[in-house]
Write a protein that binds this ligand. Structure first.
Ligand code: SF4
Length: 316
């Protein structure tokens, strides 16, 4: 596998953390190195529009495959996050002021990439009163205005510290899919997601469905952080109780020695067992493989998700 050379000085906030050895990856985690015309074109469009992508910021292992097809997940509101999750490769600090022209540039980039389905995410912006909700809504509206046939998936922060009404602002812009990741099991939150609250995140997704039942809800966790299987199954039950449609489960990969240690590499058979169990619990759509990420194959999965709902409603 390509080794992502991520400078550690990027994470001064994690300098106090002990070094955790990065174990050798197993054979089943092999990815294509980023290269080729499609990859270069996607990269050029991101640079031309001065857009940040989570693919690059997080050092995603799927970048070679996704970008060769033009599938980049744009990350709005800058590249500095106000949270310090121990698994995450995004830098923590004081973010820049919002760029009012960014929604238009995202819309232009979606058009240039010719996307049928786009995934837009952001850093956490606890420094803003609305947590960035209005900027998300403006971006959704700009993308839809310029690309009326493109379906829009958003992957949002938790708006834990935002003013009342922030979530409603985003939902009112009518994304096709509202994704917010639980990231891990509740017992690991103090170590892995110290600034977040498990039941707040669950409730956020439940409220999206209550406000607008037409929006698909989606959430995911990483495995290999130290969770046990029973806790994973419990998270699935919690998600179904919150009416979440689409579950993603992928292997945690450690960005640098300063990040949370990989506890284990989960075998593909265990992922298959999670997938089977999740479908049994009633999720409309499940993606559970070592390389599953929130936005991996999101366009194809959206089409399947829509078909699954039509079947469930007896309309197909
Ligand atoms: S899986 Fe998502 S984050 Fe990773 S390269 Fe693909 S689009 Fe980007």
């Amino acid at each position: 596998m390509r080794d992502l050379k991520i400078p550690q000085e990027r994470h001064p906030e994690k300098a106090h953390r002990p070094d955790n050895a990065q174990p050798k990856k197993p054979d089943w985690i092999r990815v294509k190195a980023p290269s080729g015309k499609g990859y270069s074109e996607t990269r050029a469009i991101m640079r031309e529009h001065k857009l940040v992508t989570v693919c690059e910021e997080a050092g995603c292992p799927n970048a070679g495959e996704c970008w060769s097809q033009g599938h980049a997940t744009m990350m709005i509101m800058g590249d500095i996050c106000t949270r310090g999750c121990t698994f995450c490769n995004i830098a923590t600090g004081r973010p820049d002021t919002l760029d009012a022209f960014e929604p238009g540039r995202v819309a232009d980039a979606v058009q240039k990439l010719g996307l049928n389905h786009v995934v837009i995410t952001s850093v956490d912006r606890d420094d803003l009163g609305d947590g960035g909700a209005e900027h998300f809504a403006q971006t959704i509206r700009a993308v839809r205005h310029r690309n009326p046939d493109t379906t829009i998936e958003i992957l949002t922060p938790d708006f834990l510290k935002a003013d009342a009404g922030a979530l409603e602002t985003v939902v009112a812009a009518k994304p096709d899919v509202f994704n917010h990741n639980l990231e891990t099991v509740p017992g690991l939150y103090p170590e892995v997601r110290p600034g977040a609250r498990y039941f707040h995140s669950l409730r956020l997704l439940q409220r999206v469905k209550e406000i607008d039942p037409g929006i698909f809800t989606k959430s995911g966790i990483m495995v290999g952080l130290g969770e046990d299987r029973q806790s994973v199954v419990q998270v699935m039950d919690d998600m179904r109780a919150a009416d979440i449609d689409f579950l993603t489960i992928g292997q945690y990969l450690q960005p640098t020695p300063k990040h949370h240690a990989v506890d284990r590499f989960v075998h593909p058979d265990e992922f298959a067992a999670y997938e089977k169990s999740a479908y049994g619990k009633g999720f409309l759509m499940v993606s559970a493989t070592p390389l599953t990420r929130s936005s991996y194959h999101a366009g194809d999965d959206f089409a399947r998700l829509r078909d699954a709902r039509e079947r469930m409603l007896g309309r197909a």
